[in-house]
Ligand binder design. Sequence first.
Ligand SMILES: Cc1cc2nc3c(=O)[nH]c(=O)nc-3n(C[C@H](O)[C@H](O)[C@H](O)COP(=O)(O)OP(=O)(O)OC[C@H]3O[C@@H](n4cnc5c(N)ncnc54)[C@H](O)[C@@H]3O)c2cc1C
Length: 457
Amino acid sequence: MRTYDVIVLGAGPAGDYAAALATAEGLDVALVERENVGGECAYWACMPSKALLRPGELLAETRRVPGLGTGELDVTAVLSRRDEVIHGLDDTSHAERQVNRGITLVRGHGRLDGERRVVVDPGDGSTETLEATRAVIISVGSGAAIPPIPGLSELAPWTNREATTATPAPGSLIVLGGGAVGCELAQAWSSLGTQVTLVEAAARLLPSAEPFASELLQASLRERGVDVRTGEGATKAKRRGDGDFRLELDSGDELVAGELLVSIGREPHTADLGLDTVDLAPGETIGVDDRMRVPHHGDWLYAIGDVNGRALVTHAGKYQASVAVANIMNRDAHAAWDGPLTPQVVFTDPQIASVGQTLEQALEAGVAARAVDADPGSSPGASFIGKGAYSGARIVVDEAREVLIGATFVAPEVAEWLQAASFAIVGAVPLRTLAHAMPAYPTRSDVWLELLADWRP
Ligand SMILES: Cc1cc2nc3c(=O)[nH]c(=O)nc-3n(C[C@H](O)[C@H](O)[C@H](O)COP(=O)(O)OP(=O)(O)OC[C@H]3O[C@@H](n4cnc5c(N)ncnc54)[C@H](O)[C@@H]3O)c2cc1C
């Protein structure tokens, strides 16, 4: 049995970051990983999807700028750059970086075995027991959930794994689920020549976003040739004699395509994690308090990243890692800004960048909230970036406290705008102070003049 200060179970972005932070604090850390160091994000999620999206996004922008021509994408080159971004699914360099920090990397499937103990099974018939003197951090992430639609799971449809690593581009693709993952991958493959149908059972795409953002994205995807079907649920899946997928919808329509991607949500990797040995339910999300501690387990068990269900994005997992490590070091740290307040970017064209509360969420929470809308597309900067593209912006303000509590920007390349709004929200900067921040001319940030007009000096 080997003993460490901290055992981190799962080396996705949350666990990877937690291990690095704990090591930097001087702790002796074991990082257990059964597959690739870097996790889903680096190989089958964030990174490959962005590599697939960026060329089409840039091409659309060049087409909006007179003088740049109307080139076409070189699909082979795009896919080969995607393969480069995911290092051909080889995690050697990523793993070496962690080992060079002084982290002990233990390869294999880890399971809890009572308090502070983890048994690792490397798959060669042996097992190794690790013991933690201070804490175990669970960061095992999530996998694609397959809904109980008759026939679906037997057909082995695409999940995010196949949809981010496929070569060549399929001729046709049905995407089931119009959340961030479904919308991004629908656009990515459509830009690479695939005929895409996007099916969402809710009345609109991105159901938890501001409604105007869903509308703009839907219009843009349709303009790009994606067949968007909202308010239609799938009832049955089959494969035809020629191998194509056939999906029946509750509207009575039937869709046929060469591939079918299921992107309706995620389920935590907790079914085979030894949770029963510490009185937790296998297969469930692991709930935590705002210190990332699992309740009723003293101060030794933490859960961060997708597995705790608070916000299923990489940066939330990293934020939670810093909170968990601070508490392990006996500093009193609480997560206050993840969960529904987490910044989110949907990297479609237009991008949807949002942080904090939507108007609906704020009103439901009983806040005296008001929305202010403006269009960054009509600002002077939009003569040069995103000219004529779908665009819109909304801020949500708390009228009583006169501070920003939410923001949504929709336009090409607005992902980098988000941090400014996050600073204002997290810092609770008074709107009357914010209104002194001059947007440089001519940029699309000019939209802030309109958004903050009521609080002008
Ligand atoms: C297509 C797609 C695109 C996305 N794009 C973005 C994006 O642009 N930005 C963003 O912020 N988020 C994005 N996300 C979400 C993001 O990928 C996840 O939130 C993030 O990967 C979660 O990190 P994690 O460390 O919690 O878990 P994971 O990344 O899932 O990593 C968990 C690790 O634990 C390992 N593991 C599991 N069980 C065990 C075990 N028993 N023993 C040992 N190891 C184990 C796994 O092998 C894995 O390496 C995207 C998701 C998808 C599906």
